[in-house]
Design a protein around this ligand. Structure first.
Ligand code: THU
Length: 137
């Protein structure tokens, strides 16, 4: 498991170098492993119309769904980020991305750098208590 997480962290770092982030200067990468065992990556893609920009985590999920379809299930995901000032920034998945993560794997292991520099590893469900579930109507 440690090896998988390290490989995903490295892949996330590399994905961050492909980010399009001229407005925030925050380059974010995500790398995930599906239950089927495939690796998918994503980076943030910003836009001059600021709310149009998208997060790295959801870009990686989109790549996974494109490749594996509705069967896609998330096993592990790593997030990494850097800026011009700091090559190793602490970035946890945003709230919207947490909702997207639990959709594909409540018990998926999510890893990201915390403010003290250590890597957090936590199940997706722990990142989002009281998640939104679409009620039957
Ligand atoms: N960002 C991500 O890619 N993932 C997150 O979970 C949080 C934020 C991106 C979006 C935007 O391009 C930049 O970071 C600053 O918010």
């Amino acid at each position: 498991m440690g090896d998988v997480m390290d490989a995903l962290r490295e892949a996330a770092n590399l994905a961050a170098t492909r980010a399009y982030a001229p407005y925030s200067g925050l380059f974010v990468g995500a790398a995930l492993r599906s239950v089927q065992g495939n690796i998918y990556r994503g980076c943030n893609v910003e836009n001059g119309a600021l709310p149009v920009g998208g997060c790295a985590e959801r870009a990686a999920i989109a790549a996974a769904v494109l490749a594996e379809g509705a069967d896609f299930q998330l096993a592990e995901l790593a997030v990494a980020a850097f800026s011009a000032k700091d090559p190793f920034l602490a970035v946890a998945p945003c709230g919207a991305c947490r909702q997207a993560l639990v959709e594909f794997g409540k018990e998926a292991q999510i890893t990201f750098r915390s403010a003290d520099g250590n890597w957090v590893v936590t199940p997706a469900s722990a990142l989002l208590p009281h998640l939104f579930v679409l009620p039957e109507t």
